[in-house]
Design a protein around this ligand. Structure first.
Ligand code: ATR
Length: 506
């Protein structure tokens, strides 16, 4: 099983020991980053393994490799030798591993390490990108048979991650550590086992003076508690979410908490991807069982489906992939998530005799329109680009128009429910605007905004102060995730967890 290595990057040995003591229960191995220590402290590293009480990697990373060591090579080699000096018969008092870069050739150091049972990690770093022909690199790096090869290369794209994954598979027989650095490769750190990597490096970011040792590195608690790293084996079912940029998603916390509470041998991982084509290849290599799909791939994923539900067919958007023996099946849980949430809020069974205005005509609006039609509403679709609203409305014979004050009179005819489906008002988009600012609420409208961050968009705030009942998109998000859980696992959503989900505890 892959090990967790906690990187210690504090300025003093004492502080590193404090951090280690706080998080030791999560780690199997720790890496002393000597380059991060103050110069005087670097001279005192020899007793660290004994004080640490767990296997320690001795690493002095150069600045060119992403570390903080700027001195000469002579000094660096001397410091490594100090770390290995006065070897003890009780090996727990020696460094368990020594990290030596593949272009550093110091036979005396290698000999000393081998003699005293310190294993060499032969490392290669590329902070700029991912090299071609990684398999050949892995095979050629070892200077002697007992070395562990470590490759830490930056992924600038999903293809880079795919290449590292393939190289790991090709060299399945070899002990190695593979890391795809940066945002696109972050899941290589969670799925170390699946990448054929014997160790995953993480940090203690809750400690303000312990900076990440490498881009994309995860926090030790996140890796251990949220992703339950130590439970991930070759038989663990892997699920996840793909999208771009996929920076803030609450789905991993939701699914992993439920898998944990249910004792399910499964993990749910974020897969930020700059190409749906390359991601689908990764999904096959990693044998993913199910995938949540979000912006911008809900439509572009459709050609990869072997079969699809009627909803996907009619809506033209897919947010759920389920692996079947025949290939990927596509489903859309946004639609049921939306209607379940709004009907519960209104205490209704359907939308018959309801006249509804929808703002927006994008992917999210399509699922909403489909459900409103299925459940009997009369709808007006308004969009900044009126033509797009017209194209969405036509098959349903719904009304449509542009998003401006000329439509005020028509909104007044479709004002039982108003549903906002665009990204206007969402946190982080720079669009903290109210797309319906020209319309004065009477106070009788029921107003829903699919956005859940912030909890109250400018539109919801204004509607609420006019006396309207308002609903944000959080409940819809949870409901669509519950439907995904059923698709993914084939089991009903656990009843005893429903109330915890509703109150936002998960
Ligand atoms: P999604 O899948 O989230 O719906 P999308 O398919 O790209 O994303 O659609 C985005 C929708 O939000 C569109 O209706 C878009 O209007 P245009 O079709 O005119 O582009 C709408 N939208 C985005 N930003 C907006 C803004 N600031 N004001 C009004 N509408 C906006």
């Amino acid at each position: 099983m892959a090990k967790i290595c906690l990187c210690l990057t504090a300025k003093t040995l004492k502080r590193n020991l404090e951090i280690l003591d706080k998080y030791r229960k999560y780690a199997d191995v720790t890496e002393l980053r000597v380059d991060c220590l103050e110069p005087d402290e670097r001279l005192l590293i020899r007793r660290f393994p004994e004080q640490a009480g767990m296997p320690v990697i001795l690493t002095i990373r150069r600045d060119i490799d992403g570390g903080q060591f700027v001195g000469g090579e002579g000094v660096r080699i001397n410091l490594m030798a100090r770390g290995l000096a006065f070897a003890e018969t009780d090996r727990r008092r020696n460094f368990a591993y020594l990290d030596i870069e593949d272009n550093l050739d110091v036979p005396s150091l290698e000999e000393a390490a081998q003699t005293f049972g310190t294993r060499i990690i032969r490392s290669y770093h590329n902070a700029q990108g991912t090299d071609a022909n990684l398999a050949a690199k892995i095979r050629s790096m070892r200077h002697s048979g007992d070395e562990i090869v470590k490759l830490a290369v930056r992924a600038n794209s999903t293809r880079d991650v795919l290449n590292l994954l393939k190289a790991g598979k090709e060299c399945a027989d070899q002990e190695k550590i593979l890391i795809s650095m940066g945002h696109y490769g972050m899941y290589s750190r969670i799925l170390a086992e699946q990448f054929g990597s014997m160790m995953s490096y993480c940090g203690a970011f809750a400690e303000t003076d312990a900076p990440p040792a490498a881009p994309g590195q995860l926090d030790v608690q996140e890796l251990s508690k949220q992703f339950r790293f130590r439970n991930i084996t070759k038989t663990t079912k892997v699920y996840g979410i793909t999208g771009n940029p996929l920076k803030a998603t609450s789905s991993p916390l939701f699914f992993n908490t439920i898998f944990d509470l249910e004792g399910t041998n499964a993990v749910y991982v974020p897969f930020p991807a700059d190409s749906i084509v390359d991601f689908m290849e990764i999904a096959n290599h990693l044998s993913l069982e199910g995938v949540s799909v979000t912006i911008p791939y809900k439509e572009s994923v459709i050609p990869f489906l072997n079969s699809m539900t009627d909803e996907v067919q009619s809506i033209g958007a897919c947010n759920t992939l389920i692996l079947t023996p025949q290939g990927w099946r596509g489903a859309n849980t946004d639609a049921r998530g939306f209607s379940g949430s709004l009907l519960a809020f209104l205490a209704r069974e359907n939308f018959k005799r309801q006249r509804v205005t929808i703002i927006g005509a994008g992917g999210a609006a399509r699922a909403v329109v489909y459900e409103l039609h299925r459940l009997g509403a009369k709808v007006l679709i308004l969009n900044r680009t009126a033509g797009k609203a017209g194209r969405l409305a036509a098959p349903y014979k719904f009304a449509s128009g542009g998003l401006d004050e000329r439509e005020t009179a028509r909104i007044e005819k479709y004002h039982d429910i108003i549903i906002q489906t665009t990204s206007a008002g969402m946190e982080g988009t720079g669009d903290s605007v109210d797309p319906l600012s020209f319309y004065n609420f009477s106070g009788r409208e029921e107003v829903m905004d699919l956005i859940y961050n912030p909890k109250m968009t400018p539109l919801l705030k204004r509607a609420s102060s006019a006396g309207c009942n308002v609903l944000n998109g959080y409940d819809m998000l949870i409901r669509q995730a519950q439907h995904q859980y059923v698709y993914f696992t084939g089991k009903e959503f656990p009843d005893h967890l429903l109330s915890r989900v509703r109150y936002g505890e998960i």
